[in-house]
Design a protein around this ligand. Structure first.
Ligand code: DC
Length: 221
């Protein structure tokens, strides 16, 4: 069974998807981390991110592995390094590159082959796993999303004002929603859930219930 959780940044996707996968005993895939890894590799090589061909070349040779939820890029554990603000902005630029998307979609489908998976990103329900049995699309108000991001950064000692985070978030949202290839949008058969007023524990429990119900229905067929 495949469960897709898509939506913009700050809606709690990663935390919810990880919790849900743990509870269900499913594999977990964080596809945003893969775009971040490509951005990280490009930055390491001082590439111009607007140079589509050079960025695509880098993406085509990378080895990206998840080992116990750590992201290993060409043998290096970059899990923490890819969470900084610079990589956050760069990732949304490389994510608009069609060749990068093709490569990562291929890798994501390999991860989902013959397994039970909870996967989160922007295009999991629309492009990568259009036949997924359960599809969710999380939303939340812009302010709440920025506040969650601010807390996440604070925990790592990065202090950024809410206004600045909202501005950066808008820029990324615009890029993710307006790119030609797999823009951020809900699949027509995804369930939309507004998480603004919910704790992430509540969201995870709600999704768990829905997935269990869907799985019972599938088993009865
Ligand atoms: O979820 P995140 O913030 O870690 O994602 C990083 C960037 O990658 C973000 O700008 C959106 C992009 N992304 C994407 O285009 N498609 C995905 N499936 C996952 C992330």
């Amino acid at each position: 069974m495949i469960v897709t959780i898509d939506g913009p940044a700050g809606t709690g996707k990663s935390t919810v998807a990880r919790t849900l996968a743990d509870r269900l005993g499913f594999e977990f895939l964080n596809t945003g981390a893969m775009y971040r890894a490509v951005a990280y590799a490009c930055r390491q090589q001082d590439l111009d991110l607007a140079d589509d061909r050079a960025v695509a070349d880098v993406a085509s040779t990378l080895e990206i592995l998840f080992v116990q939820n750590r992201l290993i890029l060409n043998g290096e554990d970059v899990t923490d390094a890819i969470r900084c603000q610079q990589i956050t902005q760069s990732a949304s630029i490389v994510a608009a590159n069609p060749a990068v998307r093709r490569r990562l979609v291929e890798l994501q489908r390999l991860v989902g082959r013959d397994t039970n998976l909870v996967t989160e990103g922007r295009d999991q329900g629309t492009t990568v796993f259009p036949k997924a049995e359960c599809k969710f699309f999380l939303t939340a108000s812009a302010e709440e999303r920025a506040r969650r991001r601010q807390r996440e950064l604070e925990e790592k000692g990065e202090l950024i004002s809410l206004a600045e985070l909202i501005e950066q978030q808008e820029l990324r949202d615009r890029r993710d929603e307006n790119r030609a290839c797999s823009p951020l949008q809900p699949a027509s058969d995804a369930l939309l859930i507004d998480t603004t007023e919910m704790s992430l524990a509540e969201v995870a429990s709600y999704l768990e219930l829905l997935v269990q119900r869907a799985s019972l229905t599938l088993n009865r067929r």
